[in-house]
Design a protein around this ligand. Structure first.
Ligand SMILES: *Cc1c(COP(=O)(O)O)cnc(C)c1O
Length: 431
């Protein structure tokens, strides 16, 4: 856009968009079309064989989605991004893009329930196994790596443990072993944490959460840090002729793309996994995520202030057994949160009520303003019982492994007046 490096609030409004060249539309238009008319035969051939970038079919590329992709890549400091139909698709594609049957990944055990299932139950059926490790001791990642390992996977703020990982230590282990570090940055968003600044190589997002911010749409994003050498010998798909695209070599074509840099990973994800498995984001949802992104930093600032106030109020309440929020000095993750998340550790917290499961159930059934549902990151405040809902499909042993406890309640704090939220919790605790 210009020589100046714009700040976050400017970029969340402007990055990745030039006003529509035909109409001058200021907002990003919704290109609600399946396909695009080719200029001529030569152009049809060039676009279809990826000799040049262009639009042909919305499963693979769409101008509305492209603005969203460019904007998230700019905000996160990556070289490129891919929008997909859900955060789950983003996570799955991020792994499939660099693994084959026989490969393994090593992941933190504190994971979103859906990712836990993907890694423990679904990917193994296709020959890709995951070793889950306790991320509190980062040496556990090193110990779990073997010659078949192709990635490390962590969440910025773990779910439901609300734990913060020592990213630099994990990134060093990944680098030493020649494998990428993939970070699920959903709970932090690029406003609170830019994974590539700390050595991560790929980030994934459930845009469904804070990026959308209004609970209207399911979507996901993968961002390429452009900082991994896919030609290091472990990833021959990048360095040998691709039979799916007339034998070109991805690393040769996209390893150092003029003016952009290394986009090999994200282009390959689009050309193989979005093309062949087809979890495309609808342009209408891409538009809604762009609306959400415009106010991301402002919503988060308010949500963090509200979450901090609620965490402190809960901690001082004698009916509450424990509170887990990295913004509290009592949190074992407080120091790491201050280092990696100086703007604040997000707006999700967990707490345990005295009286066990029955009391937790009663509280959740008694709230009037918090919504009892399975989501986070909405502007509206949300409450859930992880053991029943988000991690409800897991066995009790798996729940314990993931840090889910029977009396545990999870809040996703929204942008309401904080006094109203505290009033609601107070009356529900008294119920
Ligand atoms: C919700 C969520 C996902 C999955 O995203 P969907 O958009 O629901 O498919 C993945 N990771 C985290 C941390 C999430 O909160």
């Amino acid at each position: 856009m210009s020589e100046r490096k714009y700040g976050f609030a400017t970029q969340q409004l402007h990055a990745g968009q030039t006003p529509d060249p035909v109409t001058g539309a200021r907002a990003v238009p919704i290109y609600q079309t399946t396909s695009f008319v080719f200029k001529d035969f030569a152009s049809a051939k060039a676009i279809s064989s990826v000799e040049e970038f262009g639009f042909d079919y919305t499963r693979i590329t769409n101008p509305t989605n492209e603005v969203l992709e460019n904007r998230i890549a700019a905000l996160e400091g990556g070289t490129g991004a891919l929008s997909v139909a859900s955060g789950s698709a983003a996570t799955a594609y991020s792994i499939l893009n660099i693994t084959h049957a026989g490969h393994e990944i090593v992941a933190a055990k504190t994971l979103y329930g859906g990712s836990f299932n993907l890694f423990q139950n679904t990917l193994p059926k296709h020959g890709v196994r995951t070793t889950l490790v306790d991320p509190a001791d980062t040496d556990n990642f090193e110990r779990a790596i073997n010659e078949r390992t192709r990635a490390l996977f962590v969440e910025t703020i773990g779910n439901p443990d609300i734990n913060v990982i020592d990213f630099e230590a994990v990134a060093r282990i990944a680098e030493r072993n020649g494998i990428p570090l993939i970070v699920d940055n959903t709970f932090a968003t690029p406003y609170l944490f830019r994974p590539f600044d700390y050595g991560a190589n790929i980030s994934v997002h459930s845009a469904t959460k804070f990026i959308g911010g209004h609970g209207t749409s399911i979507g996901g994003l993968i961002v390429d840090g452009g900082n991994f050498n896919w030609a290091n010998g472990k990833f021959p798909d990048f360095t040998t002729p691709d039979p799916a695209y007339s034998g070109f070599v991805h690393w040769d074509k996209w390893g150092n793309y003029p003016g952009v840099g290394n986009i090999a990973y994200i282009i390959k994800a689009r050309l193989h996994y979005l093309r062949d498995l087809g979890a495309s984001l609808s342009p209408f949802n891409a538009f809604l995520f762009l609306q959400g992104l415009e106010t991301l930093s402002f919503r988060l600032e308010r949500q963090i202030a509200n979450a901090q106030a609620i965490a402190e109020w809960l901690e001082a309440n004698p009916e509450v057994e424990w509170v887990n929020y990295p913004g509290l000095a009592s949190s074992p993750h407080h120091e790491l949160a201050r280092k990696y998340l100086p703007k604040g550790p997000g707006s999700i917290l967990t707490f345990g009520v005295k009286g066990g499961f029955e009391r937790a159930k009663k509280l959740i059934e008694s709230v009037k303003l918090f919504s009892f549902l399975a989501n986070v990151g909405d502007s509206k405040s949300l409450i859930v019982h992880p053991a029943t809902v988000t991690h409800g499909q897991l066995t009790e042993a798996e729940q314990l492994l993931a840090g889910v406890k029977p009396n545990q309640i999870r809040l996703s704090v929204g942008t309401e007046d904080v006094d109203d939220l505290i009033w609601d919790l107070e009356q529900a605790l008294a119920a």
